[in-house]
Design a protein around this ligand. Structure first.
Ligand code: 44T
Length: 848
């Protein structure tokens, strides 16, 4: 019999009111008073400490003081942030969350700080928590949407929607388990689908590991919802850290994994499998005569892979990886030196370089031209640990490929066949109807090389640092080998006359080239440099503005003497132009070249500043006319300031749209600040942004947005869980090649007038008439960026460095041709959202 006498005592004690402590009460009330006084004096640090004391000693004040406490926290951490006391900042948030663990505003705000510091996963976790606490909290929702793509990458949806792939993996797993593989480890389980297949097929023990925290948590949820939480042990770790018996009791007979990316090895499958063979798998079946039970041997699904490649010409790839123009916005680019995209496998492996990028070849704008037949670049047996281990020491393989079509060599593209077992394989090829992209190895020596039928292309295949690397090294033509990596200009080396010219001018070029080395630019920055329309447009708008201002000057100063044409103007008559573009931008230099202009660039990286300085020199722009703004300001908030105390800006160039197709955050705030810093007659560029869109029916967009359909995925309940990570706006879209049916003309959705201080952006209703019958699943949108009434650029143009975005509807909307649809367009803090409704009152089309 338990001792019951103890219980009432406890109960009594718990129920008793805390003893009044006058000294403590005194402290609480004086601290509260001090906190309020400090708040009034804007001494937020002290106020914060007082509040902490009060709320820890007297939690009853929590409700009352919550608002002021939050305010103090935000003000104080803002100060800490501005002086770089990041550690202290996060400590304050932690203390605040100890007091208010379920305060969605504090959680969301801490998420924003984490996000700015680059802790994306942690930030996302905070937004997610805030949203769960208050699903209708718009700030947290917008923040969550911004990070959801990193938490759960969009290809998860594609893969789960790819029934062919799901079925093949299921069949291979079923066959292996039924043939006796009874213990299974799923490496990189994602949503847990392959583990559940193994369990359902009858495996006795199933283990799974997943390194992403979000995916691990998701897998746990999914497995539990399918009633298998007792049957599948999921570990939040990288397979390389797993040990027997610490993490799993014994070696397993089957490893299943789909840790492959478009370049096959990019998710580390080689390293994972070498480790698994040494530590986690039973020994493999060796030879025919040494037969052991399948339950006593180890094997891997997929069993192996064959990698294919092809050489191709593709303008779209070219414009993102090398400079294709010699003059941009009136500037000669000759002195820029070599500009490279960060995608290269020819140079020494380097953290800042990626060996390949990925594209869906079938969706490349402008298409591509194959220059060779597809060839086998590599085969690999995942069940042979010696072969896996030997991969990185395999000698570089030189392949000679017959050129089948004439064209400029822009890239090698790679795909593979994944042999799940003897019967089942998946292909990631460009012709297949799969969710896969292909790996792209761009050629980026400054000039292209024209391949001709009869040529042979020499490609080197290697596997350094566990990445598959392909490199076009030479062309064999007429018995001569022309190196592609060590030439000054291929067309010239192939042509003796030109070779002579190069040799004559060579000395100087070669020297300066060596001195310069190369500068690395993002693919979107290179595409931007190649966008002549963009620069021409800015050049002409700036020119027009400066001319207008020059004409105004004499009147303003009441002078009628020699100025106006600029001839007699002194240094005081300079016009100040600020370019706050993100990343590499030539616009400041284009402005500086106009004369009478002092331009401030926001280019930050010193190598990039060097490029601009070189270009300034070679284009005869005096050095003092180009300044690097960020070299003079401590923190980013200082970006929008006056050029000097007595001066204002003639023009401020704002970078409005992100490459992904969204309006930049805080654009309108920046614009209103910029307006205040303009001299009379000055302008901000752009003046106006018109957002346009179109109704479309696109299954592709749906497949990339959420797991579709009502039926369970392979019989498992997965969709509702992963679909929590669905976002309403899809980014990085190429509208020109999106498989979709246009259901309307393009329509104007919204106008942002950056020069209008009174504009108030709220909801807007737009009526659109369907031109065709169909299911509206999405509304892609893009921007016309008006620098002034005459000059505008479109983010939809073929040479744009911008992609498009699309609002994907939660519920597709059926329409007939002629029906009217009402779009509710909302812009909240630069985030666009669009909802579509049938327009009930609109006139029906006349009956035929
Ligand atoms: N994306 C394909 C690559 N992991 C698939 O955290 C095709 C991309 C793709 N976990 C468009 C289309 C497609 N130990 O959740 C991930 C990852 C995890 C591991 C534990 C390890 N050693 C690893 C390695 C990876 O595995 C999961 C799957 S990786 C699959 C990559 C649809 N763009």
């Amino acid at each position: 019999m338990p001792n019951t006498s103890a219980r009432p005592k406890h109960g009594r004690r718990a129920r008793r009111r805390p003893r009044e402590d006058p000294a403590r009460n005194e402290l609480v009330s004086s601290s509260l008073e001090s906190a309020q006084q400090c708040l009034l004096n804007q001494d937020y640090g002290t106020a914060f400490v007082h509040y902490l004391l009060v709320l820890n000693l007297a939690p009853v004040f929590k409700d009352l003081a919550r608002e002021s406490f939050r305010f103090t926290l935000f003000k104080w951490t803002e100060e800490l942030d501005s002086v770089g006391r990041i550690q202290d900042l996060f400590e304050c948030y932690e203390q605040a969350l100890e007091l208010f663990p379920a305060d969605e505003v504090i959680l969301n705000s801490m998420g924003e700080h984490l996000f700015r510091m680059g802790f994306r996963d942690e930030a996302a976790g905070h937004f997610h928590k805030a949203l769960k606490l208050r699903p209708d909290y718009p700030e947290a929702r917008e923040n969550f949407y911004r990070v959801a793509n990193w938490l759960v990458e969009r290809w998860h949806f594609l893969m789960l929607n790819d029934r062919g792939r799901n079925r093949k993996y299921q069949q291979a797993i079923q066959k292996a388990v039924r043939s006796g593989c009874s213990t299974v480890l799923d490496i990189g389980t994602g949503t847990g689908i392959l583990s559940m297949c193994a369990k359902k097929a009858g495996a006795a023990e199933v283990y799974a590991c997943e390194l992403s925290k979000t995916m691990y948590e998701l897998a746990c949820e999914v497995v539990a919802a399918n009633g298998m939480d007792g049957d599948i042990k999921i570990l939040h770790m990288k397979s390389l850290e797993m040990e027997v018996p610490k993490d799993i009791p014994d070696r397993v007979s089957l490893v299943v994994t789909e840790t492959v990316d478009a370049g096959l090895f990019g998710e580390g499958i080689i390293e994972s499998l070498i480790h698994a063979w040494h530590h986690l798998l039973l020994p493999p079946q060796r030879g025919e005569n040494e037969f052991r039970e399948p339950s006593q041997t180890g094997r891997v699904i997929p069993a192996g892979a064959t990698v294919f490649a092809i050489a191709l010409e593709c303008l779209e790839i070219r414009r993102c990886h090398r400079l294709c123009v010699s003059e941009v916005g009136g500037l000669s680019m000759a002195a820029a030196g070599e500009l490279r995209s960060p995608v290269s496998c020819s140079s020494e492996p380097d953290d800042s370089m990626e060996p390949y990028t990925t594209e869906r070849l079938s969706r490349l704008p402008g298409g591509y031209r194959p220059l060779t037949d597809p060839f086998t670049a590599l085969t690999i047996d995942f069940n042979d640990v010696q072969e896996l281990e030997g991969l990185s020491s395999r000698p570089v393989q030189r392949l000679r490929l017959a050129v089948t079509q004439q064209g400029e060599l822009d890239a090698l593209a790679v795909w593979f066949q994944l042999h799940l077992d003897e019967d089942n394989s998946l292909s990631t090829g460009p012709q297949e109807d799969t969710c896969w992209e292909q790996a792209i190895y761009p050629v980026h020596s400054a000039e292209g090389f024209l391949l001709k039928p009869g040529d042979e292309l020499v490609v080197e295949v290697s596997c350094r640092d566990a990445y598959l690397r392909l490199c076009s090294v030479a062309v064999l033509r007429d018995g001569r080998e022309i190196r592609l990596d060590k030439r000054s200009d291929p067309r010239e080396t192939a042509n003796p006359e030109a070779e002579l010219c190069t040799a004559l001018s060579g000395l100087q070029t070669d020297q300066s080239r060596q001195a310069k080395g190369f500068s690395m630019l993002e693919c979107s920055e290179i595409a931007l440099l190649n966008n002549l329309d963009y620069h021409r447009c800015f050049s002409s708008a700036l020119d027009k503005l400066i001319c207008q201002l020059k004409l105004k000057l004499p009147n303003q100063e009441g002078s009628n003497s020699s100025s106006g044409s600029g001839s007699g103007s002194g240094p005081d008559e300079l016009h100040y132009v600020l370019d706050v573009s993100e990343g590499f931008s030539l616009l400041s230099l284009i402005a500086a070249r106009l004369g009478q202009v002092k331009a401030y660039s926001s280019v930050e990286k010193s190598k990039h500043q060097e490029v601009l300085k070189r270009l300034a020199r070679s284009n005869r722009v005096p050095e003092r006319r180009l300044e690097f703004w960020l070299n003079h300001v401590e923190d980013e908030q200082g970006v929008l300031q006056r050029p000097s105390n007595e001066k204002l800006w003639s023009a401020i160039i704002l970078d409005c749209v992100e490459t992904c197709g969204l309006i930049r955050q805080k654009l309108m705030e920046k614009a209103s600040l910029a307006r205040c810093l303009l001299e009379e007659g000055g302008q901000i560029f752009p003046q106006k942004i018109v957002v346009s869109g179109m109704l479309v029916e696109s299954d592709t967009l749906l497949l990339e947005s959420a797991v579709q359909g009502q039926e369970p995925t392979l019989g498992f309940n997965i969709a509702p869980f992963i679909n929590q990570f669905t976002v309403p706006v899809h980014v990085f879209l190429d509208f020109s090649t999106l498989e979709c049916k246009h259901l309307s003309e393009s329509v104007e959705l919204f106008v942002l007038d950056l020069m209008d201080a009174t504009a108030n952006y709220t909801n807007r209703e737009v009526k659109v008439q369907a031109t065709h019958a169909g299911r509206i699943t999405a509304i892609p949108f893009w921007y016309h960026i008006h620098l002034d009434p005459e000059n505008s650029v479109s983010t939809l143009s073929h040479n744009s460095h911008w992609k498009q975005a699309a609002a994907v509807l939660q519920q597709p909307l059926e329409v007939r041709a002629g029906d009217w649809v009402r779009l509710d367009v909302k812009i909240h803090k630069s985030t666009i959202s669009i909802a579509a409704h049938p327009e009930e009152d609109s006139p029906r089309p006349a009956q035929q």
